[in-house]
Design a protein around this ligand. Structure first.
Ligand code: GLC
Length: 476
């Protein structure tokens, strides 16, 4: 089976969040299972953040011109191999040599170019996949071009497509005036991308793709309802038969407290001595009072509304005043949250510490050093942090939505079962009540250690989900 993944990010090369994690680990997991029967490749844009050590390993496969309406744009095709998977990097400095991966005024054109380039490189790299697996709106155009412009061309005509929604909030919405000029789409394809009076790339890919998936079973159901779908529940309901949910896994060798080079003291579920030292180190590093008996709650997230920060803001000062607890927060995002959390760091020195940055190594030190991990998302397609936290023995506290509901079974105080704490309604005091239950259990050292071991024993590797993707590819 030949599979080509198209996406806008992949670890360890370039990433802004969970999408990069998935593209950095799922293809290798699929390849491992397919063995010699699998030819698995990934294509992403070439960004300036790609480290020199990877660039020096790359080979230039070809230099081509990519047509995009009246434009002809340069595209250098670079490649390298990693864990049996071939990665292609599409180089065009005009489009991708930017300070950030997204957020430019011309993102639409940048990723239209990317989509078109994904089509154009195939004859040059001598690879026409059986499956094109596109991810989120940035690679939606690839699917749309394949099913329109390229549909009748030999080689392309047999490719099946899977379009995966990692977050339905981001859809790629543009004005119709640039349908041809930027997206190189003729008037007769207008209805494919038309939604709510705009061009909607995600809607286009959902419409034409052979299958559509999302990153947990619960989210696959949720996005059929208006509350979660950001306007797309109608179109998704009409395609229900081709929609499914497969929960993400994580790279358990990259996130491994037994040998993670990013953390100082290593440990496993057999002994938490290393974790205790990582906690002291974290408290010291964050200017929190160093005290092993005070539970540390971590939040590592993009600081955006759907991650549930409104709930946190509503009750955190009450907890900082009344509860024996410390908070560590890492992430960047909306200025209102950034400013508020900086203010809390000043106001509650020793109890609250905010680090407004995106830093992978630091995030791992926090996962290792904290006791609990708070993720009260309003919506959460899958969520990886709760699984990563679990891997480091840090007990997740989550809202029961999307992948959080699919991965965390709430602690049952009568029989001691479960792998975290959860609450159902998007309500700040319900969240606080559950955090307080966790704090209470924390004071029972033996019960808490038992829960930590339970949390660490859950298998969040790609094992079963990679099999599910292979079954889905095979059925296509
Ligand atoms: C997005 C979603 C997150 C998911 C990730 C990977 O970042 O918000 O829930 O885990 O994609 O699929």
């Amino acid at each position: 089976m030949k599979i080509l993944y198209a996406a806008s990010e992949a670890l360890p090369f370039a990433s802004t969040g969970g999408l990069g994690d998935v593209l950095g680990s799922l293809p290798a997991a699929v390849k491992e299972r397919l063995g010699d029967d699998g030819d698995v490749r990934v294509v992403i844009p070439m960004y300036p953040v790609v480290k020199e050590k990877y660039i020096s390993e790359m080979t230039l496969e070809a230099e081509i011109e990519v047509p995009l309406s009246w434009r002809h744009q340069y595209c250098g095709i670079w490649s390298l191999e990693r864990l049996g998977v071939k990665f292609y990097f599409l180089d065009n400095e005009f489009y991708f040599k930017r300070d950030t991966l997204y957020g430019s005024y011309d993102d639409g054109e940048r990723f239209a170019f990317f989509g078109r380039a994904v089509m154009e490189i195939m004859p040059h790299i001598g690879f026409f996949p059986d499956i094109l697996h596109a991810n989120d709106w940035q690679s939606a155009a690839a699917v749309i071009y394949l099913k329109t412009k390229y549909a009748a061309i030999p080689g392309y005509d047999r490719i099946k497509t899977l379009y995966t929604i990692h977050n339905i909030e981001y859809q790629g919405i543009y004005d119709f005036s640039i349908l041809y000029d930027v997206f190189d789409m003729p008037e007769w394809d207008r209805s494919i991308v038309e939604y709510d009076g705009c061009i909607n790339l995600s809607k286009g890919a959902i419409t034409v793709s052979d299958r559509v998936s999302t990153v947990s079973e619960r989210y696959a159901e949720e996005i059929l309802t208006p509350y979660y779908s950001h306007g797309l529940s109608g179109i998704l309901s009409s395609c229900r038969g081709k929609l499914s949910g497969i929960v993400n896994g994580i790279d358990v060798s990259y996130y491994n407290p037994e040998n993670d080079p990013a953390i100082r003291y290593h440990y496993s579920a057999k002994s938490f001595a290393g974790k205790d030292k990582d906690k002291a180190l974290l408290q010291e590093m964050c200017s929190l009072t160093v005290d092993k008996n005070v539970p540390v709650i971590a939040m590592i997230s993009r600081l955006v509304a759907h991650k549930g920060f409104d709930l946190v803001c509503r009750v955190i000062e009450e907890m900082l005043c009344c509860d024996n607890v410390q908070f560590v927060l890492l992430g960047t995002g909306e200025p209102a949250y950034e400013n508020y959390f900086k203010y809390l760091s000043e106001r509650y020195k020793g109890k609250f510490s905010a680090m407004i940055e995106f830093n992978k190594d630091l995030s791992k030190q926090i996962y290792a050093g904290a006791d609990m991990f708070l993720m009260p998302s309003k919506s959460e397609p899958c969520g990886l942090s709760q699984m990563i936290a679990s891997r480091y023995g840090t007990v997740p506290i989550v809202r029961e939505t999307g992948g959080l509901a699919d991965t965390i079974v709430p602690y049952n105080k009568y029989d001691g079962s479960g792998n975290g704490f959860s609450f159902a309604n998007y309500n700040a005091h319900e969240m606080m009540g559950v955090i307080r239950q966790a704090l209470e259990l924390y004071s029972d050292r033996r019960a808490w250690r038992k829960l930590m071991r339970q949390v660490m024993s859950v298998d969040f590797s790609w094992q079963s989900s990679a099999e599910k993707y292979i079954d889905l590819y095979t059925s296509m």
